[in-house]
Design a protein around this ligand. Sequence first.
Ligand SMILES: Cc1cc2nc3c(=O)[nH]c(=O)nc-3n(C[C@H](O)[C@H](O)[C@H](O)COP(=O)(O)OP(=O)(O)OC[C@H]3O[C@@H](n4cnc5c(N)ncnc54)[C@H](O)[C@@H]3O)c2cc1C
Length: 235
Amino acid sequence: MARTIARGLQGDGVPVVTGCGVDGIVSAPARIGLRHRGGETRARFAVFCAGIGSDRLAEAAGASADPRVVPFRGAYRYLRRERRSLVRSLIYPVPDPSLPFLGVHLSRHIDGEVSLGPTALLAPRRARDLTWPGTWRVARRWWRTGVSELRHAVSQRSLAAAAAAYVPELRADDLDGGFAGVRAQAVGRDGKLIDDFVVSETERALHVRNAPSPAATSAFALAGLIAERAEGAAP
Ligand SMILES: Cc1cc2nc3c(=O)[nH]c(=O)nc-3n(C[C@H](O)[C@H](O)[C@H](O)COP(=O)(O)OP(=O)(O)OC[C@H]3O[C@@H](n4cnc5c(N)ncnc54)[C@H](O)[C@@H]3O)c2cc1C
């Protein structure tokens, strides 16, 4: 999707610069400058959608340091081909409204593959994540949940047992291979896990700091809202 959009933009003469992370923001008269390995890109207004890097860029542009983005590692496993017939649709637990996580669910994909997961493991990567008071407050508040997530992450048996609540025939040796991703989770200074979109404004930019699931599924609807807000905010 992203490649197709980029091709369309380039066809309209819009420059597309990739493969060079923004590592600095400079304010120039009537312009915002984005510094990166390839030089500097200047614009009248910028919209930052940098996922895990979004808090750093927002702060660099002068926005509040709260909330901070803290990484959570989420791993999914696949069911062995011979066992895929156990799952014929999407199976989700009733969510715990106090947590912005879906819980272990089973998804049948369009190619017949069945995935199971995710785990949700607090995975601070930088000193910056550890110095944020919210990270420690999350750990203190949710340590019980954290322990069971850790069990799911290290033990195939434990993850399978969680999914067996919905598919009783499921066994640990039904799992085979998988993939993992890192979820950029906004955490307030008070340790609150934020489960809604967080968009902040600075003079010449809009910062999307938290775009949790289903931000991918609803990307176009969300893009419409962001574009509308950017048009309203641009000087
Ligand atoms: C395992 C997993 C499963 C998920 N499943 C679903 C699902 O089924 N449905 C759904 O709707 N959502 C799902 N999500 C959530 C979804 O991926 C996110 O909500 C969505 O990707 C957020 O979009 P974003 O554009 O804000 O951030 P991202 O998709 O993270 O994109 C941010 C981009 O900015 C780049 N970047 C970071 N820092 C910089 C920098 N300094 N300079 C330049 N670029 C930078 C990153 O490399 C990245 O490409 C899932 C997430 C995970 C982790």
